[in-house]
Design a protein around this ligand. Structure first.
Ligand SMILES: [Zn+2]
Length: 250
């Protein structure tokens, strides 16, 4: 098992989904690779924090819970019927009340479907940015970095075109965003760290030239496609400066 596989399967490993042989191979790699140990430790701590923050509120009396649950189910079914008939959506006081009760009782209202792909990508890029993972290659010359990744990822690694003359490339490493390979580039811009994730443009469903900005845990993340390459830029730098940094004239 190599580093790449370890990074790819860290979640199934931590979730105990490995068969014995794979688990042994995984552990064997970890025992000899400090970098992967750091990745696994980070993911483990992240999962623990997630679990800790998801600690349920004190349980509501069983019958009340059941009542709220069935109210939600009934209203959900009715709502579905209304939608199918294409009736105008109206306020549904009973549903609103049930939802408020559910929140008060700590009953989770599940949203349909997973969060949009780009939102997940943004959240993950913030996690990598915060971790400041060790670099595979340290070089300020873009050409050297592009050369390093030439045979390592299935897409062209073009460095982002940056406006600021004081943006200094520090280095890069291979990483993953949403299970897809990505090249992580780290820059220093006026004393602040700016991370760029170079991704296959197909990873960004909107594929737009104009960056789409999101705020994630106090960080700004912009996703965009330029010259056939996908980018996610992540930094604590304020959004206006980031917009300026990545804007350039063709
Ligand atoms: Zn490794």
């Amino acid at each position: 098992m190599d580093c790449q596989e370890v990074h790819k399967f860290v979640h199934p490993y931590l979730d105990g989904e490995f068969v014995e042989d794979d688990r042994v191979a995984f552990a064997a790699h970890l025992s000899g690779c400090e970098r992967c140990r750091r990745v696994v430790r980070f993911e483990e701590q992240f999962k623990e924090k997630l679990r800790a923050s998801a600690t349920p509120l004190p349980a509501a009396p069983g019958r009340l819970r059941a009542r709220v649950g069935s109210l939600l189910a009934e209203e959900g079914a009715r709502e579905e019927k209304r939608r199918r008939r294409r009736w105008t959506l109206r306020l549904v006081p009973a549903l609103a009340m049930a939802a408020a009760l559910a929140i008060a009782l700590g009953v989770t209202l599940r949203k349909a479907g997973a969060p949009p792909a780009e939102q997940q990508l943004a959240e993950q890029s913030v996690r990598w940015h915060r971790t400041a993972l060790p670099l595979d290659v340290t070089d300020s010359r873009g050409g050297k970095i592009q050369q390093f990744f030439r045979d390592k990822v299935p897409f062209a690694v073009r460095l982002p075109r940056l406006r600021n003359k004081d943006a200094h490339l520090v280095g890069a490493r291979l990483t993953q965003l949403r299970g897809q390979q990505a090249v992580y580039l780290t820059y220093q811009v006026g004393g602040q760290r700016v991370s760029f994730f170079v991704v296959d443009p197909h990873t960004l469903p909107s594929r737009q030239r104009q960056p789409r900005w999101r705020g994630v845990q106090g960080y700004n993340v912009g996703t965009y496609v330029s010259g056939g390459t996908g980018y996610a830029v992540t930094s604590e730098m304020d959004r206006r400066r980031l917009v300026r940094l990545i804007s350039h004239r063709d």
